[in-house]
Design a binder for this molecule. Structure first.
Ligand SMILES: Nc1ncnc2c1ncn2[C@@H]1O[C@H](COP(=O)(O)OP(=O)(O)OP(=O)(O)O)[C@@H](O)[C@H]1O
Length: 545
């Protein structure tokens, strides 16, 4: 059996070496502070994101005082005609930045293979005018073109957004002779091919485009890249990815890699000696696509003139998603209120920004009382332009029926006294583009006052007169919340958002708001039992309870 060593000697070692001096004890372990969320989100991120330019959301620039930013009198006049008197915050930063090549000596705005332009990422609140921020510079720069080439490609997630962006471009570019095309799959493939490409039969190195600007959804774009002869992205000056975080989250057909490789020059061409007849002629391949030029012993490698522009109200910071884009010397712009910038952890603290004119409420409610509360809110506040979001297209239809039932019963009961009636319809992706357009027209004219929709239409859609957004079902994450509530309070107008929170969802909802730093922005509204009492008899008759 081992002899027991006295405890003190084990600690000091003095039992074995009388001349031994005790070493200082190791400091006792202390708990390290966890790295902040800001530090964690900085890991692996491009330096551009760390040194982003933050623009105060309240900044504006009067149209009369925009001399020197590169905007031509023609474009300024057109903006005036469209009723635009000042540039919004995001526009005050992005328009001059993109128009810089117009002001720089020896810089060709349409093609600068020796002097590459910076790519940009823009994060700015919903309804803040991101579309015009890129449409105005594109129109201005492309108006200098002589030959029609596909020079601007705008990718958006839905067909509705394609039509919306098209309308904006058509309005701004009126009288400038630019040809605008769309590819959404709404028409037959052959119809689209004929609209986009002039010559589908002769193999042409430089392609053959009938349009200067193409707005499309990613799926249809890939179809044309793979199946339309002479459809080429070699001449692109702008690649715009709008609603970028949503599109980057879609891996559908590996669309991003396919687009990026279609922009890259083929790599197998040997250098060629520069001679006069080797200079690119306007009708030929893009300079960057031609073999490298040799000036005696120096080989000049050209770079693509394509500038990538990413826009979203909820731009991702995910380094893997952003690095997949191969951004060139990117510059990052963030629009948010000054107050939020100074109170929070800078750009990397991913607190999405809301429009300052937005008022946000939530109410905690029993599941079975939700339809009554919705009905009560609309009726008691005489809401005239309401967008109600549900979690799916099928629940949209169910809720619509219930709302109509309650409304019919209510109208019969109160026919004498109630002047306000709910005229609701569903607005979902199940409808054709034509049907959706006509519903939106009726909504604008006031023939419909409530649209019941699913999240498929929550992104980007611009219905300027929406006064209220009601999330009938709690959105599953903060991004969805931001885009839903962002359908109101657009372009500086007032807007109110309500979220109906079932008791068991309250923790999730409040945590989501707290984690994103927006808990203080949403106020709790209590509903008293009596508030819903007038409608409960109707509800019971409906048999839904
Ligand atoms: N400078 C301006 N003056 C007046 N109205 C403007 C101006 N810029 C944009 N608008 C209007 O503001 C509305 C919102 O613009 P837009 O749809 O581009 O916002 P957004 O930032 O893209 O929003 P979202 O993130 O929701 O897509 C549109 O109706 C647009 O016509």
């Amino acid at each position: 059996m081992d002899e027991e060593v006295p405890k003190k000697e084990i600690e000091t070692g003095a039992a074995h070496d009388p001349g031994y001096e005790a070493l200082p004890a190791f400091p006792s372990p202390t708990q390290q502070e966890a790295p902040s969320r800001v530090l964690v989100s900085a890991q692996g991120l491009d330096q551009a994101f760390l040194s982003a330019e933050v623009i105060d959301a309240s900044r504006t620039l009067k149209l009369e005082s925009i001399d020197g930013i590169g905007l031509s009198p023609k474009t300024a006049e057109r903006l005036h005609e469209l009723g635009i008197q000042e540039l919004f915050a995001v526009q005050t930063a992005i328009i001059p930045f993109l128009l810089r090549p117009l002001k720089e000596p020896r810089s060709h705005p349409l093609s600068s293979p020796f002097n590459p332009v910076q790519d940009i990422c823009v994060s700015a609140p919903t309804g803040g005018g991101k579309t015009l921020a890129y449409v105005v510079p594109i129109v201005e720069i492309l108006s200098a073109r002589i030959v029609t080439r596909l020079r601007a490609l705008i990718i958006v997630p839905t067909r509705d957004l394609v039509s919306q962006v098209r309308e904006t471009i058509e309005a701004v570019s009126k009288g400038r002779g630019l040809k605008i095309g769309v590819a959404t799959g709404q028409h037959s493939f052959t119809h689209e091919q004929n609209a986009l490409v002039g010559d589908l039969n002769t193999p042409l190195m430089g392609g053959s485009s009938k349009v200067d600007i193409l707005i499309c959804t990613p799926g249809r774009l890939i179809d044309h890249l793979n199946g339309t002869p002479n459809f080429t992205l070699q001449h692109l000056r702008f690649l715009i990815i709008d609603e970028a975080d949503r599109l980057l989250a879609e891996s559908f057909q590996d669309w991003l890699n396919q687009v990026l490789s279609a922009i890259k020059a083929p790599s197998n061409s040997a250098p060629r000696m520069l001679s006069v007849d080797a200079l690119p002629c306007p009708d030929s391949m893009a300079p960057y696509w031609q073999p490298p030029i040799c000036y005696s012993d120096v080989t000049q490698t050209l770079t693509t003139s394509c500038q990538k522009l990413l826009f979203s109200a909820t731009l991702t910071h995910d380094p893997s998603k952003l690095s997949a884009l191969g951004l060139r010397d990117p510059k990052y712009f963030v629009v948010r209120s000054q107050e939020r910038s100074s109170n929070h952890g800078g750009v990397l603290d991913q607190t999405f920004s809301f429009p300052s004119s937005l008022v946000q409420h939530y109410t905690i409610i029993k599941t079975e009382d939700k339809p009554l509360l919705l009905f009560h809110l609309i009726l008691s506040q005489s809401m005239t332009n309401v967008l109600v979001f549900t979690k799916s297209a099928s629940s949209t239809q169910r809720l619509l029926k219930l709302l109509q039932f309650l409304n019919d019963g209510w109208s019969q009961q109160r026919s004498q006294e109630s002047a306000f009636h709910i005229m609701a319809t569903a607005f979902s992706s199940d409808l054709s583009v034509h049907e959706r357009k006509s519903i939106l027209a009726s909504f604008k004219e006031g023939k419909i006052n409530v649209l019941v929709a699913s999240d498929l239409v929550s992104r980007g859609i611009d219905l300027p007169h929406v006064s209220h957004v009601i999330s009938y079902d709690v959105p599953i994450d903060m991004r969805k919340y931001v885009h839903r509530v962002g359908r109101t309070a657009r372009a500086g107008r007032a807007g109110v958002a309500w979220t109906l929170v079932e008791k068991q969802e309250a923790h999730h909802f409040l945590e989501m708001m707290r984690e994103s730093g927006h808990l203080q922005d949403v106020s709790k509204n209590r509903i008293e039992g009596n508030d819903l009492a007038p409608y409960s008899s109707l509800y019971e008759v409906s048999g839904s309870r």
